[in-house]
Design a protein around this ligand. Structure first.
Ligand SMILES: Cc1ncc(COP(=O)(O)O)c(C=O)c1O
Length: 465
């Protein structure tokens, strides 16, 4: 499918963004790394489920409950088939990537001992769950050591990539990690992990692997069946970053591991039998799906994966890389721009974070939206250790300010702006973003906006009459 045809499938692109000058702008959306929009087929699948099949699953013999169950289980198979998971893997539906990572951490930490090996490049959702499980509650932070509780972070290179040599070396050392948890692609710089190589080394060392697939699912076709050992032991990803609505995600993991661990969220649906003297837990996936699941979300997730396959993942990846190279080239030609991480598109997905002279990231994001209809994200992107490393700053001076209740969007707080590409972005989008950044670069930093501490936001300063 060409990009014009893809764009016609997204109702959100008909929206106009009100500008501060009273004019409307076309939507230039570069926040796909946070959440993506639903195309028509996904909206239709959702509406169809709500209007023809809506009922709770598993616990009813009536027609609608059976229909809902069929569609829910079909969605489960679809998630597994999309990633080429072998038959010994199960998919557990959860709400978001954070829950999928937390479930994997719960299973791994219930079954094995030792530290969790992770990297400095991770999203907090792939650090904090392990820190809490590993330390049985008390999460320790020490600036002097690379340990958070019991999570060991492998350093990154100057370019912001995982130091693979150090990772391989650590995998051979003692104490043996209970889990290697790392992302397929960074949500800050888009740098990709060489999954095949990492899996080979981890499998040699007999360390189970959890891959955080949040930033890869919609960007590159992962095929477990082509990966060493039939793929990772655990793989976490969310539908809301792959053209499904918010609230749908899955952990695809080895059934044998899921079934050995106690239920992650014990409750309705997780048992076969509850007696006074004994509880017989259900096998996975039910074992870890406590309570009523987000059935419409799972159905829409499956429809989104169908959509991605119809669009053609390889073609979409090629288009994304071409646009990404254009975006990086354009940004590198603006002298005030400082890009974080590598400066080329090689071994990355379409995500770039950057700063612009002395512009506060939050003021810049506000101006891009209000003056150009450009949607970007700003801040530290839930990856504080990585961002501080890339920016070359120490969080020390800001800790006290934040402790006192200061805002992370305030002037002077370190951060960046992030632009992330999605399947419908085109040349006009990229050109609009570059024009907008150039226009801001030509102005005094933060000009036209004032920081409102009480509202924790930047507001436009009305033009003088
Ligand atoms: C790499 C990565 N991991 C985990 C998460 C957390 O995802 P969720 O918001 O689905 O919990 C994100 C969110 O941006 C992410 O980019």
């Amino acid at each position: 499918m060409d990009v014009a045809a893809i764009r016609r499938e997204f109702p959100i692109l008909r929206e106009r963004i009100p500008g501060r000058d009273g004019k409307d702008h076309a939507l230039r959306f570069f926040d796909h790394a946070a959440s993506t929009h639903a195309p028509e087929p996904v909206v239709r699948a959702l509406v169809d489920f709500l209007t023809t099949s809506y009922a709770n699953v598993h616990r009813g013999a009536h027609h609608l409950s059976e229909r809902a169950t069929d569609r829910f289980e079909h969605a489960r198979e679809r998630v597994k088939s999309f990633v080429g998971a072998p038959s010994d893997r199960e998919a557990v539906f959860v709400m978001n990537t954070t829950q999928a990572l937390s479930l994997a951490s719960h299973v791994a930490c219930s079954l094995h001992d030792g530290p969790v090996l992770s990297t400095r490049l991770e999203h907090h959702s792939n650090l904090l769950p392990h820190a809490s499980h590993g330390s049985r509650g008390e999460v320790q932070f020490s600036e002097a050591s690379p340990w958070y509780g019991r999570v060991e972070m492998i350093r990154v290179t100057e370019e912001g990539r995982i130091d693979l040599e150090r990772l391989e070396e650590r995998l051979r050392q003692r104490p043996k990690p209970r889990l290697l948890a790392l992302s397929c692609a960074s949500n800050v710089t888009g740098v990709k992990t060489p999954i095949k190589e990492v899996l080979e080394h981890a499998q040699d060392a007999r360390v189970p692997v959890l891959l955080d697939g949040a930033q890869i699912l919609a960007h590159e076709k992962l095929d477990f069946s082509r990966l060493p050992g039939g793929g990772p032991d655990y793989f976490a990803a969310a539908g809301h970053k792959a053209y499904a609505p918010l609230g749908s995600a899955a952990l695809v993991a080895k059934r044998s591991l899921l079934d050995q661990a106690p239920p992650w969220m014990p409750g309705g649906g997780t048992v076969k039998l509850v007696l006074d003297e004994e509880i017989l837990w259900a096998d996975s996936p039910d074992r870890h799906e406590g309570g009523t699941p987000n059935v419409p979300g799972a159905v829409a997730f499956a429809a989104a994966l169908d959509f991605l396959e119809r669009v053609g993942m390889e073609e979409a990846e090629r288009r994304e890389m071409r646009l990404f190279a254009k975006l990086l080239r354009g940004l590198s030609e603006i002298p005030e721009v400082r890009m974080l991480g590598p400066h080329t598109a090689k071994e990355r997905v379409g995500v770039v974070s950057f700063s612009l002279g002395r512009w506060s990231p939050a003021a810049m994001a506000t101006a891009l939206n209000a003056e150009h209809g450009v949607a970007v994200r700003h801040g530290c992107f839930c990856a504080h250790p990585y961002l501080m490393e890339l920016l070359g700053v120490h969080a020390g001076p800001f800790i006290e300010e934040i402790r006192r209740g200061g805002s992370t969007s305030a002037p002077g707080v370190p951060g960046a702006v992030r632009a992330s590409l999605g399947v419908y972005n085109d040349d006009a989008d990229v050109e609009a973003l570059l024009d907008a950044v150039r226009a801001l670069a030509a102005r005094k930093p933060d000009s036209g906006y004032a920081w409102k501490g009480d509202q924790e936001t930047w507001v436009p300063i009305p033009a003088q009459a």
